[in-house]
Design a protein around this ligand. Structure first.
Ligand code: SF4
Ligand code: F3S
Length: 106
């Protein structure tokens, strides 16, 4: 499956949602996740993310490995999102900032 990683937090651009053929994104207050059992590995979302936050599980950077479990866990409790929506007004300010996991809201 593909995995949404830390740089999505507080950016949440949602361009990924617009291209997913199986609607397997789930939305929290400031982060999105992919349901690993629903993702068909088409790869369409990865190049769409302006924050470069999406990776194939096989290509995950070492410091993002915990996001495999986070995507699986949060996809079970957050609502499905199927349409693009405007990003937070300060999304660009957060893009690329380190240590955003501490700001994840559930
Ligand atoms: Fe959806 Fe394809 Fe991305 Fe999986 S890889 S989340 S199926 S767009
Ligand atoms: Fe997040 Fe990138 Fe999608 S910032 S909402 S993974 S387009």
């Amino acid at each position: 499956a593909f995995v949404v990683t830390e740089n999505c937090i507080l950016c949440k651009y949602t361009d990924c949602v617009a291209v997913c053929p199986v609607d397997c994104f789930y939305e929290g207050p400031n982060f999105l996740v992919i349901h690993p059992d629903e993702c068909i590995d088409c790869g369409l979302c990865e190049p769409e993310c302006p924050a470069k936050a999406i990776f194939s599980e096989d290509d995950l950077p070492d410091d993002q490995l915990e996001f495999v479990q986070l995507n699986a866990e949060l996809a079970e409790i957050w609502p499905n999102i199927t349409e693009y929506k405007a990003a937070p007004a300060d999304a660009a300010d957060w893009d690329g900032k380190a240590g955003k996991l501490q700001y994840l809201k559930r």
